[in-house]
Design a protein around this ligand. Sequence first.
Ligand code: ATP
Length: 600
Amino acid sequence: MIERFRCHLLVIKQYFSLHDIQRAFSILLPYIAGQWKAYLGLFVCVLIDISLTLSFAWFLGDVTDTVVQGQLYRMKWLIPLGAALIVLSIISTYYDIYFEAVAVNAVKKELKTNLYQHILLLPIKNVSSFHSGQLLSNFTNDIHSIDGVIGRSLVDLIKLPLISIAVFIYLVQISWELSLISLLIAPAAIISGAVFGLMLRRNSSNILNLAGSMNSLLNETFQGFFVIRAFTLEHLFHKKYSSQNRELFALEIKDAKIRGRFHAGGDGIGSMVYLMCLCLGAYFVSSNVITVGSLLAFVNLTNHLVYPLTGLAALWAGFQRSVSAVERISKVLEQPVDSTVLPQNLLPQPFLKSIQFHNITFSYDGQHNLFDDFNLIIPAGKVVAIVGASGAGKSTLFNLLQGFYKPQSGVILVDDKSTEELSDSQLRSYFAHVPQETFLFDGTVMDNLLVARRGITRSDIVQAAAIANIHSFIQSLPDGYETHIGERGVRLSGGQKQRIAIARAILKNSPILLMDEATSALDSETEYQVKEALDHLMINRTTLVIAHRLSTIRNADWIIVLDQGKIVQTGRHEELITRQGMYRNLYDSFVRKGVAAVGR
Ligand SMILES: Nc1ncnc2c1ncn2[C@@H]1O[C@H](COP(=O)(O)OP(=O)(O)OP(=O)(O)O)[C@@H](O)[C@H]1O
């Protein structure tokens, strides 16, 4: 019980603390400052709006008194003045909407671009600590929820107190007694704003978190479509999504109820003040304390005294809602990046000497070392097969080499240059990576090949495709190289995708080939075509291959046998086969399984 009370107290404290709002603004301020012209325009519109509010009230009162007192000659200049006020109001309304749209959308645009760039620059270990659905949610729900701190609310923060003060001074001139009555609303507005704002903040934080989870589920559904079908998980996923969707609906309705009660309450209080002022004002008119025109001007302006007060409370509530969204975005933006420059596709550099791993210590989680004082030298121009049980660290070697992860200690040299000293662009220009699973972008075959390197010509592409044994197939497609292959290349077979990936690696023309041999079996004809393509790719290159086929291992110049992050054996197939040890065991298991790939 006491614990729950403490918990509530903490939430309330957090709600009234300025710290979160200050933090949100410190993140957004550079973006807001970048749009100072639009905000200045908006501020000028606000000043015009305040002046117009007072002018219209005065105009209403003056026209009424003019008519009541029979001084119709004054209408000669009152009518053009009214028309001028209306024209000014039309112009101001237009620019008000325009400047707000420019300010809000420009801030969001910049924030989205920076967030995207930041994610592209984040070290892989940091990116993988976020769920892709959560990152997606940052761009969709969260960025759209920050309106409360960058849009009209920001200007209202200045406008509402200003209009309140201006209107109050004007009202006091008409009648100080009525003005005091209209001030009765202040405490009620502030208390209701605070209470409802607190409820809104908690609820919208739940909405944003749930929307993030739903995005993650959608992402998994679309990416794991085949697994869902194969394991008949449709019912399970449907149940999960429906349940989250129902929960979201309930939270949205709760949000609407809170906002509804808040606004209805504010309107109710406003109407009561209006009624009280009208009744008391009517009495003052009948007692000749004020004129009819003054009463009309007064009741007209009362509303402008009421809504800034309830508005300020709503503003606080709105800030609270947006703070949750900014907090979620800031979790990504606060992750440190190694460099602020986006890597670019550079022309390949020559590679003449060796790759060296010196005293490398590496751990993914910072606790269990996968590599401990690891040393390895790979001379240029060789085909090196890396073999070992699953989880031995083979792929991790590739990750370290390409700078996707940094070792905790030790140094990796490529042609005597430390990978730490090379920029990401320089480092990656050394390598062409053919991963086990081919990833193709949504677009045409040509689009997927063009990404390999800058300045590629069509004849380069045709040549590379021919070497990769895929040219004839591409030509047989309805639009040849311009055929759309669908998201992740869904319209192609595994073997076709692999050969496009090989053509892409040929086009990149890097001196070092990193190849993670596919374990999935292809039919013998396709297998042959892929193998031939790979053989072409290896010509004149240093090749590091995580080998799964005996034929690759047999033909390698050098074999490295890896076990739990340690090199346990090295040599050629003929030597290793004669010795007792891990390689011999692996070979025996290959033979025992009667691997179809043997000898291919
Ligand atoms: N991103 C990661 N975060 C944490 N641990 C990881 C990560 N990637 C790999 N590991 C762990 O590091 C170890 C080595 O993984 P690695 O992928 O390098 O092995 P591998 O030899 O390539 O295995 P396989 O042949 O199955 O692909 C494994 O125990 C694995 O669980």
